[in-house]
Design a protein around this ligand. Structure first.
Ligand code: FE2
Length: 386
């Protein structure tokens, strides 16, 4: 698609300079996955993605309902949780959705205020403000529901000096594989059902004070077979970005529909993780056995120099190297970005990771949507779900 067809709003700082941000967010605190076997999942995310052992909660620490492993890599914190018996409510989530994201925890200065401001604007409560303490201090957390069964937890940790959260102990492991250069979460994308995108855009605007930063309609995001619509929501300081997708009518089944069918509802589609050296990161992930979507065709790479020239940017990386790894390139006025997408990380074709390196560009790879979706459709074809 051409940049001219997307509606772009890069003026977030200006918008918020005169307005009161009623929900100041300091960043992403952690992301919690509910999984069928957290011990084995933790091994996978350490081995394959270079995450490091950080904190643990389980039978040994007095937890009787569920066990959680917390992994870190630079600023990213990933929690993997499994129920310890059949009566845990976590089972229902896993039976329905398979492994997936339950909690997107947001780091705040004041969790009670975050809860009050969002619930009074209509958010459905998940957890009332709760204080948890141990010898390292206290953490206040409170939660609200977003799309599907996904939750935003507000975490206030200014009076806490422990490893992670009260109830967790430091997880010391003898197995410490090298990191993969993953730095921070750039954005997290939600898939919602038919005609639900604008409802959730309004939720992020009204309840959380976000702004609609970029929009793409189905005329811009489509292939020969399928289509989707997407709107990118950002909080006031731009640290949190949540694109929201919904399926659109096409000749065949949209990848968003495939997700909704297999996740059995709305949920997190992908987590985009930033790196400073995508060539090194992706080479390492491939060596660790991570599978990525197939490389775009030759014609795609032939068009790249022209796309960069159009915006007067010069590619610093070797294009042959990018091609050999299947890394895609997109450009806008401010710079370019490099990105690649893994295949789904579990057996259901649901959650996947994006690896992204920003070289000035603030977009989401709209110029790559067509090539990307054709690649996803080749996978859907193999699964018989196109
Ligand atoms: Fe993305």
């Amino acid at each position: 698609m051409s940049k001219k067809t997307a509606s772009v709003n890069y003026g977030l700082e200006k918008i918020f300079s005169g307005a009161q941000d009623f929900l100041p967010l300091l960043g992403t605190d952690y992301v919690e996955f509910y999984v069928g076997n957290a011990k084995q999942a933790a091994h996978f995310y350490k081995t394959a993605f270079g995450f490091q052992s950080h904190a643990y909660r389980g039978l040994e620490t007095g937890a009787t309902d569920a066990v959680s492993y917390v992994l870190t890599q630079d600023k990213i914190k990933l929690m993997l949780t499994t129920p310890l018996h059949s009566k845990s409510s976590i089972n229902n989530h896993i039976v329905k959705h398979g492994d997936g994201v339950k909690v997107i925890a947001l780091w705040v200065e004041d969790a009670r205020k975050a809860y009050e401001e969002t619930t009074k604007r209509g958010a459905k409560s998940y957890k009332k403000p709760t204080v948890e303490k141990d010898e390292f201090g206290e953490v206040v957390s409170a939660g609200i529901y977003t799309y599907g069964e996904t939750v935003h937890l507000f975490v206030e940790r200014k009076n806490y000096k422990g490893t992670f959260l009260p109830g967790f102990q430091k997880w010391e492991s003898d197995y410490n594989p090298p990191t993969a250069g993953l730095k921070y979460i750039d954005h997290m994308v939600g898939n919602v059902g038919w005609n639900q995108m604008n409802k959730w855009v309004k939720f992020y605007e009204d309840v959380m004070g976000f702004v609609n930063f970029l929009s793409f309609d189905d005329k811009q995001i489509h292939t020969e077979y399928s289509a989707l619509m997407s709107k990118v929501m950002s909080n006031g300081n731009g640290r949190i970005k949540f694109p929201i997708n919904e399926p659109a009518e096409g000749k065949k089944r949209s990848q968003i529909e495939e997700y909704l069918d297999f996740y059995e509802g709305a949920g997190v589609q992908h987590i985009a993780i930033a790196t400073d050296d995508i060539v090194k990161t992706v080479s390492q992930l491939k060596a660790n056995g991570i599978e990525f979507l197939s490389t775009p065709p030759e014609a795609y790479y032939k068009a790249v120099p022209g796309r960069l020239e159009e915006h007067n940017h010069e590619l610093k990386e070797d294009i042959e190297k990018l091609k050999s790894l299947g890394i895609m390139i997109d450009a806008d006025e401010e710079g370019y970005l490099l990105q690649i997408f893994t295949k789904p990380l579990e057996d259901r074709p649901t959650l996947f990771f994006e690896i992204i390196q920003r070289m000035g560009a603030k977009g989401f790879g709209a110029g790559n949507f067509k090539a990307l979706f054709e690649s996803i459709e080749r996978e859907q074809e193999k699964r018989g779900t196109l």
